[in-house]
Write a protein that binds this ligand. Structure first.
Ligand code: NCC
Length: 277
């Protein structure tokens, strides 16, 4: 089977992976008053959007000693994931955070202290949770992987001016469908990683997206995260998430030089609205 080229994958994603957040118009959320709970402006209308240049910073240990901080901060918007800090890692990861994309464990696991930690203040937030593939919202609401709904409501009520969105499960699974359709093997029946989700969100919000240390550089290491001493190759290569397949797809769409890829772990992707299909 001849695979699609980078441009064709871009066009497939542009067509199939339409960014969608919960807007409170569907049950059971409409009856719960989420129409008034969610931010009035869509995620695509975030202040400053569409951004010219965006940086997506993967949490990989390999970004340590990269000296990429200044380059990352030079972008108009910077995306980080889960509990990844900037404090004391500025030289390598930068200090600016515009959007933080989090899986539902962050909102529910007391160790992350979502309600009080400064990591989740003064930035826009995007959360997601692995819903059933059918994206049945009733079923999901009754048994989410981690119950993000309650902390979401609490934060929206306490900080109504903070831009905070929950991704629609249909969006997450549309990404999975595109990854599967471009892979030779059956991939894990689990959602893509926050990293992949974040890249696609930013391809919707930006003219150009630079992704750092998602595709491993020459610094590739089994150190899972740059911010803690935990070692596991699965963090880079995948176990639960179809990470290897996601990364192959991003690699195929990247327009970065071989040199940037190797030295910086940098992939460069065009924003969807700049691509003519
Ligand atoms: O590890 P995690 O991801 O927070 O990393 C964010 C994104 O960076 C990319 N990454 C990370 C490490 C690495 N060595 N290489 C990478 O490319 C990935 O794209 C990753 O998505 C997640 O996707 O949400 C994940 O979250 C963690 C964990 O829940 C959070 O860090 C909170 O503690 C998951 N780990 C566990 O559940 C144990 C991880 O599987 C995926």
């Amino acid at each position: 089977r001849a695979g699609l080229d980078g441009k064709q994958i871009l066009c497939q994603l542009k067509e199939k992976a339409r960014l969608r957040t919960l807007d409170g118009s569907e049950e059971p959320f409409s009856s719960l008053g989420w129409g008034r709970l969610v931010p009035p402006q869509a995620l695509e209308k975030l202040p400053g959007a569409p951004f010219k240049t965006c940086a997506v910073v993967a949490s990989a240990g390999a970004i340590l000693n990269s000296m990429l901080g200044k380059e990352i901060d030079s972008h108009d918007a910077v995306v980080r994931f889960n509990a990844a800090p900037t404090e004391s890692y500025e030289r390598d990861v930068g200090r600016k955070t515009t959007i933080r994309i989090m899986n539902s464990q962050i909102l529910t696991d007391a160790r992350h202290n979502f309600s009080d930690s400064p990591l989740y203040r003064n930035v826009s937030l995007v959360a997601w949770d692995p819903a059933p593939y059918t994206a049945d919202l009733y079923q999901w609401f009754q048994s989410p992987d981690y119950n993000l709904f309650t902390p979401y409501e609490t934060r929206r009520k306490a900080s109504p001016s903070q831009h905070f969105y929950v991704l629609h499960p249909a969006f997450i699974w549309s990404l999975w469908d595109v990854i599967q359709s471009n892979s030779q093997e059956d991939i894990q029946p689990n959602p893509p990683s926050s990293g992949f989700i974040g890249i696609i969100v930013m391809m919707t919000l930006c003219d150009e997206v630079d992704v750092y240390e998602y595709i491993p550089s020459v610094r590739q290491t089994s150190l899972c995260h740059y911010y803690e001493g935990y070692f596991d190759n699965a963090c880079t290569l995948g176990a639960y998430h179809p990470l290897l397949y996601e990364k192959t797809l991003i690699r195929r769409m990247s327009r970065a030089t071989e040199e940037d890829l190797k030295r910086k772990g940098k992939a460069t992707l065009p924003g969807f609205h700049t691509v003519t299909c």
